[in-house]
Design a protein around this ligand. Structure first.
Ligand code: GLU
Length: 293
């Protein structure tokens, strides 16, 4: 990096190439671009393609194409997460050495059955902010010898963060700086609401949470601007940053663009796709207006 870039604020837009960009992405990308510009900062693009089963080179090419058409510019080379699994593995190894992660063997079906069993007795199973049931205690409570036997037997497993132990080991209340509401406020982070999150799966060597904090630190990101749907996840990111000794960026979670049904846009929603709108004859300025900028 040239000296002239040192000390500048660094922003990033970090889409996943598992579908077409839609208006929600356009809002995020424009905001990152505008805020970086206003702060005389840098704008990076990061391709979050750790889910090898859903991300494709075609969607990745469409991201570059759509963003260029919108008039955005970014530094190269672009960081592609699929090329850096070893960096995420190193971070996981460090957490493993600290005794803060454990192998999780329960299949989706087994978790579902435990939850259903429990709920049949009339008490609700606790759920995370996205509505998914928290992971049961079973694997956290297994003895080391039993874990070793299961692993030696080749039983598939993920690695999960022991959130309770991790909070205790970080030793202090966590929070983050947030400007999404228009004010600059300190928000209390409550990672325990997510339960023991997955940090790596048997079929994907890293998770979104782990790779995002490793990359934000590695790329020197000072400002994370992204959708409100990731607001609650920031608690986990702050916890991982503390555990791994990584710097804390400032956060700005912007409002979501909702579909006609009032729900968050999905990548399959053709009518709000950037390429579909372009094909209808809309111009980048029209897109800006459509997302309220
Ligand atoms: N890759 C994530 C997404 O496409 C965004 C991650 C982030 O901005 O932290 O939703």
């Amino acid at each position: 990096m040239p000296n002239s870039q040192l000390g500048k604020p660094v922003y990033r837009f970090a889409p996943s190439p598992n579908g077409f960009l839609h208006l929600g992405h356009a809002l995020s990308a424009f905001l990152n671009h505008d805020m970086a510009g206003a702060a005389r900062g840098r704008l990076l693009l990061r391709i979050e393609d750790i889910d090898l089963s859903r991300c494709t080179p075609e969607f990745e090419q469409m991201i570059y194409h759509d963003l260029r058409w919108l008039g955005l510019d970014w530094e190269t080379p672009v960081r592609r997460q699929s090329e850096h699994f070893d960096a995420y593995r190193d971070a996981l190894d460090r957490l493993r050495e600290m005794g803060l992660v454990y192998p999780a063997f329960l299949t989706r079906g087994e978790v579902k059955a435990q939850v259903a069993d429990h709920e049949a007795s009339g008490t609700a199973w606790p759920r995370d902010p996205d509505g998914s049931p928290l992971y049961p205690d079973t694997d956290r409570e297994r003895r080391e010898t039993e874990r070793a036997t299961l692993i030696a037997r080749g039983v598939k497993h993920a690695w999960r963060l022991d959130v309770g132990k991790a909070m205790a080991s970080s030793g202090k209340p966590l929070s983050w700086q947030e400007t999404g509401s228009g004010l600059s406020e300190r928000i209390t982070a409550e990672p325990a609401i997510w339960g023991d999150v997955v940090l790596s799966r048997s079929d994907a060597p890293s998770s979104y949470h782990l790779s995002v904090v490793v990359d934000d630190a590695l790329q020197g990101i000072t400002h994370v601007v992204r959708g409100q749907d990731l607001y609650a996840a920031t608690a986990i990111h702050r916890l991982l940053q503390e555990l791994l000794g990584l710097p804390e960026p400032a956060y700005h979670h912007h409002g979501l663009i909702l579909g006609h049904d009032g729900r968050k846009l999905s990548k399959s929603e053709g009518s709000t796709g950037i390429s579909a709108l372009r094909n209808e004859g809309l111009r980048p300025d029209d897109i800006r207006r459509l997302v309220g900028l």
